[in-house]
Design a protein around this ligand. Structure first.
Ligand SMILES: Cc1cc2nc3c(=O)[nH]c(=O)nc-3n(C[C@H](O)[C@H](O)[C@H](O)COP(=O)(O)OP(=O)(O)OC[C@H]3O[C@@H](n4cnc5c(N)ncnc54)[C@H](O)[C@@H]3O)c2cc1C
Length: 373
């Protein structure tokens, strides 16, 4: 079999793998991005598009910092991708709100936000709980059932498909090689020496990054790692386009640059079933109309479901193999939000050959799993 040598192999061409591959190639590593075909589960093509900070990392300050860091990296990444590829990512970071539909929700949210601030420590966490006329002034058309909102200045949104395209185009533009229809099933591993087979060619490199989303669960043990991720289904509804009315995104409703409203944020344990549940769709629509009654006038034009990539505690997994230095995993359920840190902070660590100590809490060892031999 023919052998090709590279500086790095990245398995999985979704948002996580593409951001890391882009970052590695930009660091000067000749990188091969191997990606399965369209049959694979692809969260990156079915998500909501928030670049979201509030509510991330309750009880896990390292994740809060990592997320905030990514929101900070995003503008530079978006500008760089636009310059290199001509593709805009639709990034807007005007701040964002979470809408509370009852006093109970508002109180609970307030307590969670206060805890996030406490846990942020010196890092700080700016937020406000806003009620009444002020909330209505912020978000025109807010319904009478809305008890209040939590607001932070850090939140925003982007077009996930444009981001994915920009990362792929940026990566190949820098000389990276993207190989679609390349499902990696096995490989050989030794310290800083990895080989995988794709399309009858053996690809070797001193670094390998497993970023295959839900595929990582099966793949990681073959490289001395573990990635106990499972699917969590989310459904999204999309309305016809309308004039720009929403000045900022909310956790469950955002308006795209083109004018559609996206409604979403359901969470279901449905295994790998990519079907749609009408009851859940009704709940999404109901909550949206309670938040903004004028949404009831809009026609829904599309709906879909997609599978989140969830670790048992909902936090990302970033890991490196002790047995086979040079092998890494990356999994998260916020691949849009974290694109900034994946490209700008994680990729340089991987290029340097080891994760920095700040990444230690993200290891899969926190689940007490035995890393495969
Ligand atoms: C409904 C929903 C809403 C969401 N909303 C948001 C949001 O608002 N903001 C946010 O930040 N995140 C959001 N997410 C999460 C975000 O979409 C994911 O975190 C992100 O897409 C994960 O990217 P990934 O690259 O890890 O996985 P995927 O997109 O699943 O990509 C994995 C890739 O690996 C490939 N692959 C799999 N197995 C193999 C193999 N063996 N060999 C080669 N290739 C393989 C697949 O073909 C695929 O291209 C949402 C997700 C869902 C489902």
């Amino acid at each position: 079999m023919r052998t090709e040598n590279h500086d790095a192999l990245v398995v999985g061409g979704g948002l996580v793998g593409a951001a890391i591959a882009y970052g590695l190639q930009r660091q000067g590593l000749r990188t091969l991005l191997l990606d399965e075909g369209d049959v694979a589960f692809r969260a990156s093509r079915g998500n909501f598009g928030l670049v979201w900070v509030q509510s991330k990392g309750l009880g896990a300050p390292h994740y809060q910092r990592w997320t905030r860091g990514s929101a900070e990296e995003w503008p530079a990444l978006a500008a760089e991708l636009r310059e290199k590829t001509g593709i805009g990512t639709g990034l807007h970071q005007p701040g964002g709100v979470h809408i509370c539909l009852s006093d109970e929700e508002f109180e609970k949210r307030g307590a969670a936000m206060a805890r996030l601030r406490r846990e942020a420590g010196n890092f700080g966490m700016e937020y406000r709980m806003i009620r009444g006329a002020e909330a209505r002034e912020m978000l025109p058309g807010l319904g009478p059932k809305v008890a209040g909102v939590s607001w932070t200045p850090y939140d925003g949104h982007a077009s996930p498909l444009s981001l994915l395209r920009a990362l792929h185009t940026g990566f190949t533009g820098l000389g990276g090689r993207y190989q679609p229809n390349a499902r990696v099933e096995r490989g050989t591993a030794a310290a800083n020496d990895f080989a995988v087979e794709a399309e009858g060619v053996l690809h070797r490199a001193p670094r390998i990054v497993l970023a295959a989303g839900l595929g990582n669960a099966e793949l990681a043990p073959r490289f001395g790692l573990s990635a106990p991720v499972r699917p969590e289904r989310g459904q999204i509804l999309v309305t016809e386009r309308t004039r720009q009315v929403l000045p900022m995104p909310t956790t469950t409703i955002r308006q795209t640059e083109e004018g559609s409203l996206m409604l979403g944020d359901s969470k279901e344990d449905a295994g790998f079933d990519l079907g749609q549940n009408p009851e859940v769709m009704k709940q999404i629509a109901r909550r949206a109309v309670l938040s903004f009654p004028w949404i009831a006038e809009l026609n829904l034009v599309r709906a879909w479901s997609a599978l989140r990539v969830m670790a048992p505690d909902g936090l990302p997994i970033y890991d490196q193999s002790e047995r086979f230095p040079g092998a890494f995993t990356a999994n998260c359920h916020s691949g849009v939000t974290l694109a900034g840190t994946h490209a700008n902070r994680l990729a340089p660590m991987i290029a340097a050959g080891a994760l920095e100590p700040e990444m230690a809490p993200f290891t899969a060892r926190r689940f007490d799993v035995r890393h495969a031999a």
